[in-house]
Design a protein around this ligand. Structure first.
Ligand SMILES: NC(=O)c1ccc[n+]([C@@H]2O[C@H](COP(=O)([O-])OP(=O)(O)OC[C@H]3O[C@@H](n4cnc5c(N)ncnc54)[C@H](OP(=O)(O)O)[C@@H]3O)[C@@H](O)[C@H]2O)c1
Length: 417
């Protein structure tokens, strides 16, 4: 008998509230006959604070539009103004295919919906072998990073069955690593010719002074996040002769043990410390460069510290990567973003990737990234424990845990559906 698909549906304005909805009328699926089409089913997915960001700021960045409510959605949830589906990174299984280069049984790594319902998409081949783009009309306005998928062979099935750690890293950390790789290799490039602006404003300039972090003290908020740990790794291991002076993790008390245990930071301080004491404690001179990178630390700490650091240090830069977890209204989320924007330069992985590809060419960009990702995966994150869930009920528990603030950074939440 055909599996009854189950999807997560969120209330867009109250996205901590989820509904796990079975869709018995979606099956059996009709034959897939349209050309250039794939039928995809999410097979391996992760949950991190990033997934909650997609729900919190989905109204602004088009994230609710990537995986719309399917036609089989029951009437009680079938109002796209009120309900929507959020997104995750991971692997989808190709259930059916009319694309010669992507056979049935292969897998795609990329941006996926939460649930076991198959989705049919039309695709075209990318310029790089092994990469394809989803081309459906409803995906045309979506940032390019979400439409690009990486093809993996059917043999990946063995690793999925074994619940291999490497596969979990691909689901949980790969996109976080790329974000931080872009920051280190292009935004703060050692070679000034390869420098790119990190944000979404196409007209903004990135000065050589901003791009130069040689000798800087770099302070991380939410230093236990996967993105932060990837950036710390990159700063330590991939800067050649342009080293920073110190890499500092500013953590909440609850994440402290994990952050210290990662051995990724030269110093670990607490976000509860007063901003005034932080720089003197770290022995940062008035003329030294200070870079504060916020990966989604406790609400308000970044802005408070930035105001203080700016007052005492001319050579100060704040980078906004993530935001805190809260079930804020659209109005409040916008307010928080605007407030942050006045002190931080918000980065965007999609825009950074596009500019980096323009600098070095698409093929070289992905070849270099793949090599760097392999090196990072070999070392891994010290203390990160991969926790596998097996079904949508487990996903539900993971989402609740994240929203209640009970997900600890040492737990890598990954699911085989
Ligand atoms: N701009 C971009 O293009 C881009 C790209 C990728 C990721 N991001 C963002 O980067 C951030 C980090 O992503 P990630 O997946 O690496 O994060 P993660 O591993 O889930 O982050 C865990 C850290 O987040 C902090 N945190 C705050 N509230 C939390 C909660 N309710 N539950 C769990 N942790 C909480 C904790 O730090 P403390 O305890 O120290 O506060 C914790 O150590 C996210 O906001 C994501 O959206 C942005």
């Amino acid at each position: 008998m055909a599996e009854v698909p189950v999807i997560q549906i969120l209330e867009k304005e109250k996205f901590f509230t989820q509904h796990i909805v079975p869709l018995p009328h979606a099956v059996p699926y009709p034959p897939l006959t349209a050309p250039s089409s794939l039928r995809l089913r999410t097979k391996v997915m992760c949950l991190t604070t990033n997934n909650v960001s997609y729900a919190r700021l989905g109204f602004l960045f088009g994230w609710w539009d990537v995986h719309p409510l399917p036609p089989s959605t029951p009437a009680q949830y079938n109002d796209p103004a009120k309900y929507g589906r959020t997104n995750c990174w991971g692997f989808a299984e190709v259930l059916e295919s009319t694309v010669a280069s992507v056979p049935k049984g292969a897998y795609l790594w990329g941006y996926l919906p939460l649930g076991t319902l198959a989705q049919d998409v039309t695709v075209e081949e990318g310029a790089i072998p092994g990469q394809i783009f989803v081309t459906n009309d409803y995906r045309k306005g979506v940032m390019a990073i979400y439409n690009r998928y990486f093809v993996h062979p059917a043999s990946l099935k063995d690793e999925i069955e074994k619940k291999a750690d490497g596969l979990a890293y691909d689901a949980i950390v790969r996109v976080m690593f790329e974000t931080s790789y872009l920051l280190n290799r292009y935004v703060f490039a050692s070679d000034p010719k390869e420098t790119v602006y990190p944000g979404m404003d196409p007209k903004a300039q990135w000065s050589p002074a901003q791009a130069d972090i040689t000798g800087a003290t770099v302070i991380f908020l939410a230093p236990g996040s996967k993105a932060a740990l990837a950036f710390a790794y990159e700063l330590r291991n991939a800067r050649g002769g342009t080293q920073v002076k110190k890499i500092v993790g500013a953590t909440s008390e609850s994440s402290r043990n994990f952050v210290e245990g990662t051995e990724s930071y030269d110093d670990v301080i607490l976000t509860s410390e007063s901003s005034a004491s932080v720089l003197s404690k770290l022995q940062v001179g008035a003329k030294d460069k200070v870079v504060l990178v916020d990966f989604g630390g406790c609400a308000g700490v970044g802005a408070k510290w930035a105001a203080e650091f700016k007052r005492t240090h001319n050579n100060f830069l704040m980078i906004g990567v993530g935001s805190e977890i809260s079930e804020s209204s659209q109005e409040d989320a916008l307010k928080a973003l605007t407030a942050k924007g006045s002190s931080a330069i918000g980065i965007n992985a999609n825009d950074m990737r596009i500019r980096a590809m323009e600098k070095v060419g698409e093929k070289k960009y992905f070849d270099n990234l793949a090599a760097a990702w392999d090196s990072f995966k070999k070392v891994g994150i010290k203390g990160l424990k991969i926790t596998w869930g097996d079904n949508m009920e487990d996903v539900k528990k993971g989402w609740d845990k994240l929203c209640r603030g009970e997900a600890t950074p040492e737990e890598g939440l990954v699911y085989r559906l």
